[in-house]
Design a protein around this ligand. Sequence first.
Ligand code: KG4
Ligand code: ZN
Length: 335
Amino acid sequence: MKILGIETSCDETAAALIEVKAGRFQVLSNIVSSQVDIHRQFGGIVPEVAAREHLKNILPIVDQALIGNSWSDLSALAVTSGPGLITSLLVGTETAKALAFSHSLPLLAINHLEAHICANWLNRPIRFPALALIVSGGHTQLVLVKKQNQYQLVGETLDDAAGECFDKVAKILDIGYPGGPVIEKLAKEGDPQAIDFPRPLLNKNGLDFSFSGLKTSVLYFSRQPDFKEYKTKDVCASFQQAVIEVLTAKTLKAAKRYRAKTVLLAGGVAANKALRQNLASQVKKQLPSSKFFHPAKGLSTDNALMIAIAGYYRFREKNFTPWAKLKADPNWQLA
Ligand code: KG4
Ligand code: ZN
């Protein structure tokens, strides 16, 4: 069986085609068209511009993703319905509705956060319960995956998301957009112990996060008269270290509390190698009988392959979305 996935929740227009044979996924195509160069000049995503770019790109991207397959080869069409930017989501959902209607295909409405978790599902032995840390531009959540398609939110950020914090700190330091990859690159040459930035809620028993105070600390630090004496690389390394320590400690706390057999990292910030390494080594040390997974290359940030994979599991449950009921929901909660 073959499933086409479509993703337009933010500033990536993406389509992917998977084939599933005997429960194993084969990636037939995975096309992502990023608008990052367009939004960079504004220092962030401009929703109306994003929607117009999606409109221009969506059909050519879908055509590319089909790579010669005909519509009658497909079993279903999976599309991100939320959460995300409403103007961006609408392009994906309305396109999917039109395509599904004209080619008589069933539709699968996919939650973008669920799909980020499913980016880990690519032919790996996931044992349940699993504990997923979702860290993206708009969300920071700890989600208990009790079994396939069954989620429980156990912790989340009370203010900024981790990715948002990377982006805002990069803006404060005026080093580029998006902040995550730029900070990670500079941090490699800096000293993570140079500046003692706060680790918000680190020693609290709860599983929630807070990143706005850390961002404000970097802002005040950068306004000090002697700031120029510090190296931007050290600020990046020290900031990144503070984020990683908090994310790792809370994830391990949750994994122990819920006796997770697998620990998963998901979302755009999962592309950060220092975070992956720290989580991997702490899981090995503190939870030796659990496994740690992060998405394969290119599957941390937004893509449609994860939408198609999530679609397969919805398809298996015959959890189709009636044509008239498919709608864009910018605030769709995973759990
Ligand atoms: O999941 P994603 O592609 O889009 C949303 O669903 O939001 O995540 C984008 C976020 C941005 O905030 C970006 O700065 C962050 O992921 N990001 C990173 C890295 N690559 C992307 N953060 C830290 N290190 C990275 N290497
Ligand atoms: Zn995302």
